[in-house]
Design a protein around this ligand. Structure first.
Ligand code: SF4
Length: 502
């Protein structure tokens, strides 16, 4: 078996001999590899074409999974998974005809229509969710819209305020929203509004006829304009073609701003609905959707949503690896079954996942991150022999640090909390990665990685020597994250080396 040292050494010798650029360490030229590398280099973009997304989606599944994971690790803390609890606060009796939904009054599913839950019951459920580790509480009501439901809407505004005061993020899914209602929800403290597009524009009329695709997009516009985070995704397994899955992702990825959350649901066919005989979605279909969503919308929280209950822990692990970083917890997802709480706790433990803390004011957070980023960059510039010209251009203008907004957009480099809560970004350009690889190899050769981990002396040397070589004072967590990514690439190299000895 080849060691990581020999693999890294082999990769570097290839690079030095100009056989491979750094980015080609993945040994693949699939569309997933090419577009993931571009996403890492350039950041989120909104000019995707359908053929581009289709070619990512069609890449060999393990390659797609690998590159989804790469983008995921660049854009997020890969161990963090957000836990959201979804409660149906008004169940059944909906006038819409969504073919998958047991809450539609048009289908005989045995579901009894109920009135809006009272405040005590909702707050109690939110409290229970919080105690179970959930950081976002989502309230769903089976309505076409909230027009003409003034009393109920005002009650929901009160629920939002109270749950927000409990220190949780709050999300609602109440059907179509008017602009004024979105503004009122924002004022009450709503974090996000969920309104799924469900499927592609082309396939949509096969699933819903009572409201149009454009009406859905209009609601998303009102939500966005009110300053509420957008949560919008879709469902697979509705009988759609792969082109429709790509079409859904294309619509989401070409919105002026990507949704902050993208739920990917697998249909749970319910008896009595028109889709009751659909065959279950396979995990590979979920992996394709999740990894493609991750590559084309790198900053979004990609949510492994309905249908998760059918997947084992190893299958869910593949979904997290592909780029999912959010789940629904709780006994039910509106009206369909969900994973058991204890089973989720066990899964977190086995997979080494940690619950994501809530984040409240994106505006404030972005501004503060931008300031910290600016400090980190100027300190790097001041001490470094490297220029920032080699760093991935992030803004359309190419001048990454031109404005505060552009700075706040640069959430793409790995970011870790250091010291007493201060944050700065680790920025990895090809030159600093190469330097880091050289230093790692040196430490391995010095015997400072006797087994699978660097010794304390090894890490101390890496921190000191990396700072000396680049002027960038990264801490152990930041360097270790990069090392883990390189190890992942190294593992790929090992497999290929076994197949085709150099
Ligand atoms: S998905 Fe929502 S809008 Fe459609 S029928 Fe169900 S509750 Fe009504």
């Amino acid at each position: 078996m080849l060691s990581i040292r020999s693999v890294l050494g082999w990769q570097l010798s290839l690079r030095r001999s100009k056989w491979l650029p750094l980015q080609c360490l993945c040994y693949s030229s699939s569309a997933a590899a090419v577009e993931a590398e571009r996403t890492v280099r350039e950041g989120p973009r909104n000019d995707w074409t359908k053929p581009q997304i289709k070619s990512i989606y069609d890449s060999p599944v393990l390659d797609l999974l690998f590159h989804g994971a790469q983008v995921h690790r660049h854009a997020h803390n890969f161990r963090e998974v957000q836990q959201c609890t979804l409660l149906s606060i008004k169940t059944g009796g909906c006038s819409e005809d969504c073919s998958y939904c047991p809450q539609s009054s048009r289908y005989d599913t045995g579901l009894k229509a109920q009135k809006l839950m009272n405040k005590d019951a909702v707050i109690q459920a939110a409290q229970k969710a919080k105690e179970a580790g959930s950081t976002r509480f989502c309230m769903g009501a089976a309505w076409r819209d909230t027009i003409g439901r003034k009393t109920n809407f005002n009650n929901i505004i009160e629920y939002v305020k109270e749950i927000r005061e409990m220190g949780m993020e709050v999300c609602c899914t109440l059907g179509m929203l008017e602009k004024q209602q979105a503004l009122e929800l924002k004022k009450a403290g709503l974090t996000a509004y969920n309104h799924n597009l469900d499927t592609s524009r082309e396939y949509y009329p096969n699933i819903i006829t009572t409201r149009s695709y454009d009406e859905r997009l209009e609601t998303l516009k009102h939500v966005r304009e009110a300053g509420i985070n957008v949560c919008s995704g879709g469902i697979i397994g509705l009988g759609e073609a792969e082109e429709d899955r790509v079409g859904l992702l294309h619509t989401l990825a070409t919105l002026p701003t990507h949704p902050e959350s993208v739920p990917i649901n697998a249909l749970l066919a319910v008896k009595g609905t028109p889709l009751q005989d659909q065959k279950p979605v396979e995990v590979w279909e979920m992996v394709r959707m999740i990894a493609t969503a991750r590559i084309v919308m790198p900053k979004a929280m990609v949510r492994l949503s309905a249908g998760r209950v059918r997947f084992s822990i190893p299958e869910q692990a593949l979904c997290f690896l592909a780029g999912a970083n959010s789940i629904f917890t709780g006994e039910k997802l509106l009206t369909t079954p969900n994973n058991d709480f204890d089973a989720d706790q066990l899964m977190f433990k086995i997979l080494g996942l940690t619950p994501k803390a809530p984040s409240f004011s994106e505006d404030e957070k972005s501004a503060s991150e931008a300031e910290n980023c600016e400090e980190a960059v100027s300190s790097s510039v001041g001490n470094s022999s490297y220029s920032l010209v080699g760093l991935p251009p992030f803004s359309p203008s190419g001048n990454r640090f031109n404005t505060k907004i552009e700075k706040s957009m640069n959430k793409f480099s790995s970011s870790e909390t250091v010291g007493s809560g201060s944050r700065f970004k680790a920025i990895w350009d090809s030159q600093s990665v190469e330097t880091f690889c050289d230093l790692c190899i040196k430490e391995v050769e010095l015997g400072h990685r006797p087994k699978t981990h660097f010794t304390k002396e090894g890490w101390d040397n890496l921190i000191k020597n990396f700072s000396k070589a680049t002027g960038r004072e990264y801490n152990k967590i930041q360097l270790k994250n990069r090392w883990d990514t390189l190890k992942m690439i190294g593992s790929c190299g090992e497999i290929l080396l076994e197949r085709k000895p150099a």
